[in-house]
Write a protein that binds this ligand. Structure first.
Ligand code: MG
Length: 188
């Protein structure tokens, strides 16, 4: 289904979750750059994805702000440094959207709700959800993608196995690591 001929043409968009997809999960929140650790091989994978996808967008829930455990400035600082490293490795991120509100408010901009997808479409009208892939490690990532008709790709992990039945309902592809997406794209 995903293959190079299918994806190329730059009209496809890759939506990426952040925590657990790009960087390793921590027990609470990644509040500062020294707590941000790239998952091995992710930088190379983003770099490879940059040549297949017209746009690469990060969408991330950051309710640590709502809990007052960190500030917008801290999150922006982390993202600035993250982008520097991604670009050093030849990768490209076109935009980052984060939602600071607490989960209990179920904000439109907080996954599983699709707000951040619409914000991206507002800023980049060429984005087509039918030609988009959402990659993430949780059920809410898969629900977010499916809410607007994207293809969804779940990064398997032990923490989310409790939700496996629901996840499989919303998931088109299961992978172990973002680099597997690159292999899937390359294979016909
Ligand atoms: Mg995540």
């Amino acid at each position: 289904m995903i293959n190079k001929d299918y994806i190329e043409g730059k009209d496809w968009t890759l939506f990426l979750d952040r925590d657990g997809t790009i960087n390793k999960r921590v027990e609470d929140y990644v509040t500062t750059w020294d707590r941000f650790t790239f998952i091995e091989g992710v930088l190379e994978a983003i770099s490879a994805c940059s040549s297949f996808f017209g746009k690469i967008i990060i969408v991330t829930n950051q309710q640590g702000i709502g809990k007052e455990l960190m500030t917008h400035d801290q999150v922006n600082d982390i993202h600035e440094k993250m982008l520097e490293v991604i670009e050093y490795y030849g990768g490209r991120i076109d935009a980052i959207y984060y939602e600071p509100s607490l989960a209990i408010y179920e904000a439109f901009g907080r996954k599983p709700n699709p707000g951040m997808a619409y914000f991206a479409k507002r800023d980049f009208p060429s984005i087509q959800f039918k030609k988009s892939i959402m990659v993430g490690d949780t059920l809410s990532d898969m629900q977010f993608g499916k809410a607007v008709g994207m293809k969804t790709c779940w990064i398997k992990n032990k923490w989310e196995m409790k939700n496996y039945d629901s996840i499989s309902e919303f998931t088109d592809y299961e992978i172990e690591h973002l680099k597997e997406l690159v292999l899937k794209i390359k294979s016909v």
